[in-house]
Design a protein around this ligand. Structure first.
Ligand SMILES: [Zn+2]
Length: 388
């Protein structure tokens, strides 16, 4: 989903962490702003027409620590989701912070509430701790304990960092608590309405409206700032636009999920698939794909038993120069329980499995035999036919 412009940078206790390309831009902007404008006066350094290296170095450290703060916030969501039995796909950091992607809607208002609230709670705690550190350093300084020059400098660096992180973490907590779905505060709101009305769809509808309202308020605030000549207003506009879109998308995706629970995999699967022998080479396969209008194919061995599946995406992973020498057998997706789904399962389950493993297709089985294939295309076609 995000693979086009997001990089995997590792895993934290099994949860993949990704960085979106837009995040790099915001990181550089942050280092620039802190290193050239915010930290130099805080460090008492006067620019003599050049770069103040200690401010710039501190800006890099501060930006990385802010990054860690955002990760901590998202990890809190992710761990709580996992603890409440909702699978977590991963965490992606992007221009406005981060997002913990969970594979499913929460099963109850309580789950929704807990997952939503822990993020701001962690940010708030970090903010308070950093604020306390800053106050403590001020107190020690007031007592004249930093009598050495180098010690005084180190304490100043630490105080500047603590102050900045206290500010940003508290802001992060506050911003996320705005009652506009799908922000954390909006999720808390949806959980409340859901508990009250006992109707998740209507709660999500009101959630969307809350998101739109907060977006409108942010845009109004942005317009006011711009009118006063403050260019920071552009950020409010951007956030408003982002929130408006996210609120609409969250509701649409909820409706889509609801539609997908009403139909089985067997009803949507592609049942008649071309078959191809595992011994063919990939050049021959490419020709066959062109002939079959890019449909995925079932791979059979010499005895005619289905042993796997191959689609365009597997072919694309192999460089063209190797197509003559490689066989279908080496490129196919072998049949395994994790890449198949029973025909009686709900279409939503198929979507979850596809998202979880970032696959394009799953094999559909009926009493142990492969009877078809289901992929994103089939799900999308169904949703389109329903006008979703
Ligand atoms: Zn959050």
């Amino acid at each position: 989903m995000f693979s086009l412009r997001a990089w995997n940078i590792g895993k934290i206790s099994g949860i993949p962490l990704r960085i979106d390309a837009s995040w790099i831009a915001i990181f550089l902007l942050l280092v620039y702003q802190l290193g050239f404008f915010v930290f130099p006066p805080a460090l008492g350094s006067r620019a003599r027409g050049g770069v103040i290296w200690e401010a710039l170095a501190l800006a890099v450290v501060a930006s990385l620590l802010l990054f860690a703060s955002v990760v901590a916030h998202e990890l809190a969501h992710a761990f709580m989701a996992r603890w409440r039995g909702v699978p977590v796909l991963g965490i992606t950091l992007f221009i406005f912070g981060g997002v913990a992607q969970i594979a499913d809607e929460p099963d109850s208002p309580a789950t929704e509430f807990l997952i939503a609230i822990v993020g701001p709670l962690i940010s708030f705690t970090l903010g308070v701790l950093m604020g306390a550190l800053w106050i403590w350093l001020q107190a020690l300084d007031g007592l004249g304990l930093f009598y050495q020059m180098s010690l005084q400098r180190a304490a100043l660096y630490l105080a500047v960092l603590a102050f900045y992180l206290a500010q940003t973490n508290l802001l992060l907590a506050l911003f996320n608590l705005l009652p506009g779905f799908p922000l954390d505060g909006g999720r808390v709101l949806r959980a409340g309405v859901w508990a009250l009305l006992k109707d998740q769809r209507r709660a999500t509808y009101w959630g969307m409206q809350s998101g739109r309202l907060v977006a409108l308020l942010l845009a109004t605030g942005g317009a006011y700032l711009l009118w006063r000549g403050e260019y920071g207003g552009i950020w409010s506009f951007l956030m408003a636009w982002f929130l408006w879109r996210a609120a609409n998308e969250a509701y649409e995706s909820f409706l889509a999920r609801e539609l997908l629970t009403q139909v089985t995999v067997g009803e949507l699967m592609r049942a008649t698939l071309p078959r191809i022998s595992e011994g063919l080479n990939l050049r021959e396969l490419a020709t066959a794909f062109a002939y079959w209008l890019k449909s995925p194919a079932l791979v059979i061995d010499l005895k005619g038993v289905i042993v796997g599946m191959i689609a365009l995406e597997q072919l694309r992973q192999i460089p063209r120069v190797e197509w003559e020498t490689r066989r279908v057998r080496q490129a196919m997706q072998p049949f395994a329980p994790e890449s198949s789904i029973p025909a009686s399962a709900s279409a939503l389950r198929a979507l979850q499995l596809l998202a979880q493993d970032e696959r394009e297709h799953l094999a559909v089985t009926q009493e142990g035999n492969i009877t078809g294939v289901i992929g994103r295309v089939e799900l999308a076609q169904y949703l389109q036919s329903k006008g979703a």
